[in-house]
Design a protein around this ligand. Structure first.
Ligand code: HEC
Length: 190
């Protein structure tokens, strides 16, 4: 036997198995291989499967929660992610890829027709409460403008769900510095 290298390796593995399993009593036929586990291994595997199920479940739960959201939370990565895709599908071509708005938005337009304003912290969006931002996106700018003023911000009531509107607001708010965000959130409590 000692002359055959294969048998020598097998004998070494046999000896090792004896050590691992104290005489091989628990599973004499067990083969050494990638799926060979000692007694503790089964618990580890079951634990890993439970952990995976819990993780997948909590991601699904978070996504469901985003669909039921009744406000913007820029700390919620799932909501911000949804908001980002809404933004690039429906808002970026007017408000810009970096929420920067269009040139000359800050000039005075007495009769309306103002270019898209920035939605980052440079514009006036952070001076409005969460509900006011929601209402503008849902109903468009016109209902909130003085008579004789043409507001070119379109209404999204037909295109976006309420949850998608809250999400896009969360995406805007994610770009605001913390102090500006804190001031804006204080408006909600008035
Ligand atoms: C067709 C171009 C256009 C699209 C698309 C558009 N907007 Fe606007 N938006 C405007 C214009 C123009 C204004 C400024 C209106 C004014 O002040 O006269 C504006 C204003 C706003 C304001 C108010 C900002 C402030 O300073 O108070 C918010 C909030 C806003 N838009 C959010 C959005 C979001 C979110 C989307 C995508 C869901 C979007 N807009 C899509 C043109 C657009």
């Amino acid at each position: 036997m000692a002359s055959d290298p294969y048998k020598r390796r097998l004998a070494r593995l046999e000896a090792r198995r004896e050590v691992l399993h104290g005489g091989g009593g628990d599973n004499p036929d067990g083969r050494l291989g990638p799926f060979r586990m000692g007694r503790g291994g089964g618990f580890l595997l079951v634990g890993a499967i439970i952990a995976a199920i819990v993780t997948i479940g909590s991601i699904a739960w978070d996504k469901q929660a985003v669909k039921l959201a009744t406000g913007p939370n820029p700390e919620d990565a799932h909501q911000v992610q949804l908001g980002r895709s809404v933004y690039f599908a429906h808002c970026a071509y007017c408000h810009g890829d970096s929420l920067e708005g269009k040139a000359d938005w800050q000039l005075t337009y007495a009769r309306g027709g103002r270019p898209p304003t920035p939605l980052d912290a440079e514009g006036g969006a952070s001076l409005r409460s969460d509900q006011a931002l929601f209402d503008i996106v849902k109903q468009g700018g016109q209902p909130f403008s003085p008579s004789g003023y043409r507001n070119d911000m379109p209404a999204f009531a037909q295109k976006l769900s309420d949850a998608e509107i809250w999400a896009v607001i969360a995406y805007m708010q994610k770009s605001w510095p913390v102090d500006i965000l804190a001031e804006q959130k204080a408006l909600n409590r008035r």
